[in-house]
Design a protein around this ligand. Sequence first.
Ligand SMILES: Cc1cc2nc3c(=O)[nH]c(=O)nc-3n(C[C@H](O)[C@H](O)[C@H](O)COP(=O)(O)O)c2cc1C
Length: 208
Amino acid sequence: MMKRTVSLIVALILLISLASCGAGSQPDNTTAPGTQPQFETITETAGEPETVSATKTLVVYFSQTGNTKPIAEFIAEQKNADIYEIKAANPYSAEDIEYSSDTRAYREQHDPSARPAIAGELPDLAGYDTVYLGYPIWHGEAPKIIHTFIESVDMSGKTVVPFCTSASSPVGSSADNLHPLAPDAVWKDGTRFAAGASDEEISAWLGE
Ligand SMILES: Cc1cc2nc3c(=O)[nH]c(=O)nc-3n(C[C@H](O)[C@H](O)[C@H](O)COP(=O)(O)O)c2cc1C
């Protein structure tokens, strides 16, 4: 009887010491509500400079009747970009842009050598990585003043993202036909918006 009691006590002591040992060796991943788990986390060191994107973006646009302008402005806002409006040195009159074959716009669009002059100073693209380039479709193509712009600045190495507005024409070849003017730029596919395109539509495109 005595022997059985001693073995029972020894077994009990062994069980208690095993249980307390086990509790210490297991990681406790449970946390009380509202407290942080006790895992190692990589945190920002106070005083370290914030990581700022090195990419700098410029939105360049031409907008004769005001449809492309708000889209360009929205893109600039969304991309935290600078913005530059191309203005004609010899401004287009209402007659110049009538939809007819006997107008200044029509003649320019059908003259491969036409390069309408740009008013004022051109931007220096040296500090930019990406250029959003917006224009209206004129007779199926980008207005020739866009050609003037591309040939007047150094776009080599820049990522160029064309966008246009039109009554109904798609962006079509209008953007592709700009590529030879800056062959060393990285041209992205262009897109077309209708006048008054919604912020959601533009944001969705920007997010792609
Ligand atoms: C001279 C001229 C030619 C145009 N040619 C076309 C065309 O070929 N296809 C089209 O869908 N819209 C054409 N349009 C309509 C413009 O592309 C459209 O109204 C555009 O949104 C105007 O942009 P803006 O207001 O920024 O200048 C033409 C407009 C003008 C003034």
